[in-house]
Design a protein around this ligand. Structure first.
Ligand SMILES: [Zn+2]
Length: 239
């Protein structure tokens, strides 16, 4: 039920099985010197497709671009404004609603707080606009937090570290380079920084050296299972 692969007939047939759509959001964002710029989108789209193999649910083509704040000055990052992202969420959900979808899982491979605030804000407007929609908003890191026990060694690993390096070793080994260096940046509290590279030179937040292919495999499997649990909960949700 991957929308980009369906045709008129198969799309209509699949709608008899499910009215739930996973809408994956990613980013075009640096992921250190060792991971591809598309890491967030590759991760979230593969996760959504795996979840749809475990449970009948549609998967929309991913939105590649996201709002990137702290990595905006690193080489390779191509961000969009929050207002653009918000408008994209609304336009895509409105189009999908008119096709018959009623349950929407807005899941992002990019976990930036400002990025997610715009996605959630769009979700709130859609709840007001349509009385019969159900919407979940989450990031892949929310799923990782649920499954990390005994699997992820690094506390606070969030960007191009143990988790994402493991996933890319599993999903796109040809695009992973050696030499990802452990980094835990520290931005000043409350003060917006003009020179972001000064506080975060390497573009890694976590420890890539703890990564392995097997961890990547397990993380993706467990994330998909946790996502299916959430989808079932959303479909049964009342109120
Ligand atoms: Zn990432």
């Amino acid at each position: 039920m991957i929308i980009e692969n369906l045709n008129i007939s198969s799309f209509t047939d699949c709608l008899d099985k499910s009215r739930t759509l996973i809408l994956p959001f990613g980013s075009v964002e640096e992921h250190g010197t060792h991971l591809p710029i598309g890491t967030d989108t590759i991760h979230v789209y593969e996760l959504a497709m795996l979840a749809s193999r475990l449970y009948p649910v549609f998967v929309a083509p991913p939105v590649w671009y996201g709002l990137c704040r702290s990595t905006s000055q690193h080489a390779g990052t191509l961000g969009i404004k929050g207002s653009t992202l918000r408008a994209l969420v609304i336009d895509i959900v409105v189009a999908a609603y008119s096709q018959g979808f009623r349950n929407f899982v807005l899941i992002s491979g990019h976990a930036g707080g400002t990025h997610m605030a715009f996605v959630a804000d769009a979700g709130e407007e859609l709840l007001q606009r349509f009385s019969d929609v159900k919407i979940a908003v989450l990031t892949v890191l929310d799923l990782v937090a649920k499954i990390a026990d005994g699997l992820v060694e690094t506390d606070g690993d969030s960007h191009a570290g143990e988790v994402e390096t493991s996933l890319m070793l599993y999903l796109r080994p040809d695009f992973v380079r050696k030499g990802g260096v452990k980094e835990f940046p520290s931005f000043p509290k409350h003060i917006l920084t003009r020179n972001k590279l000064r506080y975060w030179p390497g573009g890694v937040w976590g420890d890539p050296e703890k990564a392995s292919i097997e961890k990547g495999n397990q993380i993706l499997q467990k994330e998909a299972e946790a996502l299916v649990v959430l989808i079932r909960k959303l479909e049964q949700f009342e109120g």
